[in-house]
Design a protein. Structure first.
Length: 123
């Protein structure tokens, strides 16, 4: 799989079963549903990676969110996940699902988000 290339040749680490947040709290990352350690457990304190069908995109997003949770804060990880989901993935799930070339698909998704943002700002 593509993840092996990232982990083995580029030195990225595998997705661990758990991480420790910047605040010192344990986060279970073994499944696609991560419950973030907030005082009040709500649906908005969960990261649902199962919404992303492409395993390569999912792996990269998990790696990015882990870095944010560990180095910045739990809330930064939550915000980044929500922003990336809303701005890039939610409206492009079909393109992502059938992606053959990750780089070209990401370029297309980002261009689409930029164009949508421009349309909204013109109105």
């Amino acid at each position: 799989m593509q993840q092996d290339l990232f982990a083995n040749e580029n030195g990225w680490r595998e997705i661990p079963d758990f991480i420790i947040s910047r605040e010192g709290k344990r986060v279970n990352t073994a499944s696609d549903l991560w419950n973030l350690p907030y005082a009040i457990d709500t649906s908005s304190s969960k990261l649902d990676f199962s919404k992303i069908p492409n395993e390569n995109f999912k792996w990269v997003l998990k790696s990015f969110i882990i870095e944010k949770i560990e180095k910045v804060s739990t809330h930064a990880g939550l915000q980044h996940f929500q922003d990336i989901w809303v701005k890039f993935f939610r409206n492009n799930i079909e393109a992502i699902n059938s992606a053959q070339d990750i780089e070209e698909t990401l370029i297309s998704v980002v261009e689409s988000a930029i164009n949508l943002s421009r349309e909204v700002s013109v109105r």
